[in-house]
Design a protein around this ligand. Structure first.
Ligand code: DC
Length: 220
């Protein structure tokens, strides 16, 4: 089994690029942010997702699963497919909050590791190369300037028909970067042995090509 870990901040293009790379290589693609989003989805209608003492006891009621159909990942929360519901800006904020709780990270840890034990995989997230798959054959840290990432996110959200302003999206990107990089457990950081790919000045096609090139070079 070969694992490729792709980490980086929100909006760097991780999911699109990782999906394309996985397809090219014939590997499974797993988006681990979806797991934190599913947990957030459960918590946000019940408790304050930022309140660890309220969230942790409720983890007993939660079952999160990833299923793959024709290479596409679907995420299930207590048996219900929530893959579309987890993509709102509100869930983004709460996913970042629950991801700061060590017990939530622990709760999702083995699910992620088990996937990589049984499949050649491209996995994207924040701590894949540093914590979840420290022995991944290839590690990539994908990044871009905050304004560029916010512009991409803004386009994505408005294309889906969500009513947001660019300023809101930029503020959300900056806030989430700060929270993801400065949390106490598994903060977002580049693994020592990761290759940094900055996509600020790259088109999507160029970014995909660069990532695939890095993977092929590492694979020898
Ligand atoms: O990649 P995303 O925007 O779907 O991730 C949602 C949140 O989940 C993000 O703010 C940080 C958190 N996350 C994490 O802490 N660790 C991961 N491996 C993936 C996501």
């Amino acid at each position: 089994m070969i694992s490729v870990a792709i980490d980086g901040p929100a909006g760097a293009g991780k999911s699109t690029i990782a999906r394309a790379a996985a397809k090219e290589l014939g590997f499974l693609y797993a988006d681990t942010g979806a797991l934190y989003r599913a947990v957030a989805c459960y918590m946000m209608s019940r408790v304050d997702p930022a309140d660890a003492s309220a969230v942790v006891p409720l983890l007993d009621e939660v079952s999160v699963e990833l299923k793959f159909a024709e290479g596409e990942q679907r995420v299930f929360l207590n048996g219900e497919d929530v893959s579309d519901r987890i993509r709102t800006p509100e869930v983004s904020v709460h996913a970042s909050e629950v991801s700061q709780i060590p017990q939530v990270r622990q709760f999702l840890f083995s699910l992620q590791q088990d996937l990589a034990k049984t499949n050649s995989i491209v996995m994207d997230g924040r701590d894949i190369g540093t914590v979840v798959l420290p022995h991944a054959a290839v590690k990539i840290f994908l990044t871009a300037d905050p304004e560029v990432r916010a512009r991409r996110r803004f386009r994505e959200l408005t294309e889906k028909g969500l009513e947001v302003t660019f300023e809101e999206v930029l503020a959300d990107v900056v806030k989430r970067d700060d929270a993801d990089m400065h949390r106490a457990v598994s903060p977002l950081r580049q693994a020592a042995d990761a290759v940094r790919v900055d996509t600020t000045d790259c088109s999507l096609e160029e970014s995909i090509a660069r990532v695939i090139r890095v993977i092929r070079e590492k694979q020898g």
